[in-house]
Design a protein around this ligand. Structure first.
Ligand SMILES: [Zn+2]
Length: 123
């Protein structure tokens, strides 16, 4: 299991150099890159603050009626959420009190930029 401190996690997101709404994380099950923009488009909430709790925790597919994760990622989202019975995540963010919080892994700056551009959002 990979671990990051909150500071490292935020640093990895800031390093993407995109708008807050375009900060991108990768679902560990379906490998899709997703951001708050995707969650808002999927109807999870109407703005960043409303979808922030799902970002990096629940796959956008949960809000679009996507199916369970396929054995081989096919580019489509899935209905995965962390915090369930199965700990299949790859990253835990460790807060100052030593608690470990499963999170999706941040995308690379390149992936985040590509993803933002694909959605028509200028970085
Ligand atoms: Zn997924």
């Amino acid at each position: 299991m990979k671990t990051m401190t909150v500071t490292e996690f935020h640093g990895a997101l800031i390093a993407q150099g995109v708008k807050r709404e375009d900060l991108a994380l990768i679902c560990p099950m379906c490998q899709t890159v997703q951001s708050a923009t995707d969650l808002i488009a999927a109807g999870a909430g109407s703005n960043f603050d409303e979808v922030e709790k799902y970002l990096g925790f629940s796959c956008v597919g949960r809000f679009t009626g996507a199916g369970t994760p396929r054995k081989d990622p096919d580019g489509a989202a899935c209905n995965w959420t962390l915090g369930g019975l199965f700990a299949l995540h790859k990253l835990e963010v460790v807060t100052e009190d030593g608690k470990r919080h499963p999170r999706f892994e941040p995308a690379t700056p390149d992936q985040a930029m590509q993803h933002a551009l694909k959605q028509g959002g200028a970085a």
